[in-house]
Design a binder for this molecule. Sequence first.
Ligand SMILES: Cc1cc2nc3c(=O)[nH]c(=O)nc-3n(C[C@H](O)[C@H](O)[C@H](O)COP(=O)(O)OP(=O)(O)OC[C@H]3O[C@@H](n4cnc5c(N)ncnc54)[C@H](O)[C@@H]3O)c2cc1C
Length: 425
Amino acid sequence: MDQTRSSAAEEAAVAIVGFGTAGVNAAIGLRNAGYDGPIRAFSDAGPQPCSPIMTSYYVGGGRERQECFPWSAEALADLGVELVGDGRCPVAALDLEARLVRTERGDFPYSKCVIATGARPVGAPFPVEGGYEPLVLRTLGDAERMRAAFAAPTCRRVLVSGASMVALKCVEAALERGLAVTMVGMAEHVLDTCALPVAAERFERGLEASGVELRLGQVVSSVEARGEGASPRLEVRFSDGSAEGFDEVVVAHGVRPALGFLAPGALEADRGLLVDGFMRTSDPDVYAAGDVAQALELVSGERRVLGIWKTAALQGAVAGAAIAAELAGREPDAAGAYPGAVMSNTIAVKGTLFISGGESAAVEGRVVEVREDDAMTVACIFDQGADGARRLVGYNVVADADEPGGVAYDTGAMLGLRLEAGCRP
Ligand SMILES: Cc1cc2nc3c(=O)[nH]c(=O)nc-3n(C[C@H](O)[C@H](O)[C@H](O)COP(=O)(O)OP(=O)(O)OC[C@H]3O[C@@H](n4cnc5c(N)ncnc54)[C@H](O)[C@@H]3O)c2cc1C
């Protein structure tokens, strides 16, 4: 069937741009709220949406490829969504004036549009020479490339540049593949955006005990491919003047919302698209959800991009329900508004567990309490008011063993509940 369309021939549908967890949940939200009109989704990821969360386990060999797809073909078919080009139709531009989604397959009119294109890794900030392209991890395509690279018999030593959650997931995957791993990070500690130094230090001891070489407080200056057949094949220079050979380099320096199809300034934006409680952007017909959206974060009371799977899902569902109400001529139900969320992270690398929630900066006016024993470090950050009253605003839990259902997980869950409770009026 010819999938090329022209705007004149098309019926205006609800358009979902990007069909990951936020996009799929927007469709679920629409249908659950009674919308039975056309929904048209645009994706560049193929017919079945993939979960970025599963990619590192697939790279490490702990999960099969099919486990990266959270929704079955049947569950997706039940939603009655037209997936343009069977999921191979990247959006090139969104024309807000003409209310058109522009693609290589034609232009598609929309009544309402949800932007749910997630994020893409930022590139290497250092020169890479000799035709080598560092590995990144977000999509299934990225994971397939990394998996093949790690599994190659010539691959023995991997450098991971960056010390974030995604960087650590790549470290874990490389360790699972039996590779020697070095991690280089600009800050003095790993996880510097979510861990206090006392917690990060314990986590670092766990990494080192698993054989990870840490180069903290320094950066990569350059990467050069040494030529066909050389072993190791990459020459990496560091900011301290030293050089080492590696077979692969992973760059995990954070992500940026995938919004290249939007004209600059077209919608109100900061780090992501600014949205209200119903995920509406500054254009009344355009919504945003997931890693592109900057929505209410409860501890700070500010709008932030959180980069959390379940938050993206909830935001998608809220957008879908709000659109269904508006298309039916009703105001969206206040009870269904996005309640906000707190930042949270959980990661285990070879048995060392890290859990965090809320803020991690011990700035003026904050008090940090630390409890440590042989098995675990728990650090809590409190805002202290002038009257001496304390409110929990963040926590870290680091345990030397990753025991599902164990004390560390219980402690993290309890602190998470306390943190959220303290955010409610
Ligand atoms: C390695 C890794 C591990 C993670 N682990 C966790 C975890 O343990 N827990 C957690 O809560 N979160 C985790 N996350 C974050 C989580 O995956 C994201 O917060 C979540 O996927 C966001 O959902 P989304 O729908 O906004 O974006 P995505 O899931 O990225 O979906 C967006 C989709 O839009 C597509 N797209 C982009 N541009 C276009 C375009 N122009 N046209 C059409 N389609 C487009 C993308 O290809 C993608 O398919 C992890 C992320 C990574 C990378």
